[in-house]
Design a protein around this ligand. Structure first.
Ligand SMILES: Nc1ncnc2c1ncn2[C@@H]1O[C@H](COP(=O)(O)OP(=O)(O)O)[C@@H](O)[C@H]1O
Ligand SMILES: [Mg+2]
Length: 270
């Protein structure tokens, strides 16, 4: 059970861009948290601090109460897996199978456990048929799924997916929704950065809205997508998911998900 705590986290890139400004955020074990916000608001910078790819300019990242600055990247990568926004920055093996195996082996898996993790992860993202292909012969959407599979195979307590649905068709998005649900049921913490508010509402329970390096909103899906939050969302150039807009226009209250919308319509009829 890994507890994550960002304390006054600020990050200034070489060159002077202030990407994060005093972010305080606590993420409890088994949470399903979506990080949203317009381009450049600091989402990727934030998640890269969680697995030690970036170090704070000021403030701290605490993993189970321990300062991440005192942990090695290898230690962090056994606890926290991050699928990169751009899969081509992550993938470098000559076959799909080797790519998935590489990260899992680095995370300490061996023998049958390693084999099982590779097979299971490839199946979860639907890439088992192309396991012997060169990743660069796959299209972008499948390279993205490969980057996700590599992280799943590491079997970390915390799984972070940076823009997982980019380039996916509806079945691809549905597969990602299912695998997030599966991770959550297995007691993992899942954090995703996303632009897709429908995916966010359907898949996550907590939403954190970033704006210019700060947290603008943080709450349950029902609150963040409720009508009173829409002006704040608009300030971050975000639109509530379709089910939320439809529910509001029908006077049904906050219906961020399709299930909530259908339930509210059903209750209205009876
Ligand atoms: N490697 C980098 N060097 C300099 N500036 C960067 C770098 N990566 C991101 N930035 C800048 O930091 C800010 C936040 O970027 P990022 O965390 O990628 O935002 P998001 O993921 O929300 O789109 C942006 O202004 C971006 O241009
Ligand atoms: Mg990003």
């Amino acid at each position: 059970m890994t507890h994550l705590h960002l304390e006054g986290l600020s990050h200034v890139y070489p060159g002077g861009v202030r990407a994060l400004e005093g972010v305080d955020l606590e993420i409890h074990p088994t949470e399903r948290l979506a990080l949203v916000g317009e381009n450049g608001s600091g989402k990727t910078t934030l998640v890269r601090h969680l697995n030690g790819l970036l170090r704070p300019t000021s403030g701290r990242v605490l993993i189970d109460g321990r300062d991440a600055a005192l942990l090695r990247v290898a230690q962090l990568s056994r606890l926290i897996g991050l699928a990169f926004q751009n899969p081509d920055h992550q993938i470098f093996s000559s076959t799909v199978r080797r790519e998935v195996m590489f990260g899992a082996r680095n995370a300490g898996l061996r023998g049958g456990v390693l084999e099982d993790a590779v097979v299971r992860s490839l199946r979860l993202v639907g890439l088992e048929q192309v396991r012997d292909d060169n990743p660069y012969d796959l299209g972008y959407s499948r390279r993205k799924l490969l980057a996700i599979a590599s992280v799943l195979a590491m079997d970390t307590q915390v799984v972070i997916l940076d823009e997982p649905t980019t380039g996916q068709d509806a079945p691809g998005v549905a597969a990602i929704e299912r695998l997030v649900g599966g991770l959550s049921e297995a007691g993992r913490t899942v954090i995703a950065v996303s632009h897709d508010m429908r995916f966010v509402a359907e898949t996550f329970s907590r939403v954190v809205v970033m704006q210019a390096g700060r947290i603008a909103l943080d709450g349950p899906v029902e609150t963040v997508f409720a009508e009173q939050s829409w002006p704040a969302l608009a300030a971050s150039r975000l639109e509530p998911p379709p089910a939320a807009r439809l529910g509001a226009s029908l006077g049904l209250g906050s219906t961020p998900t399709e299930t909530a919308l259908l339930a509210a319509i059903g209750a209205g009829r009876s």
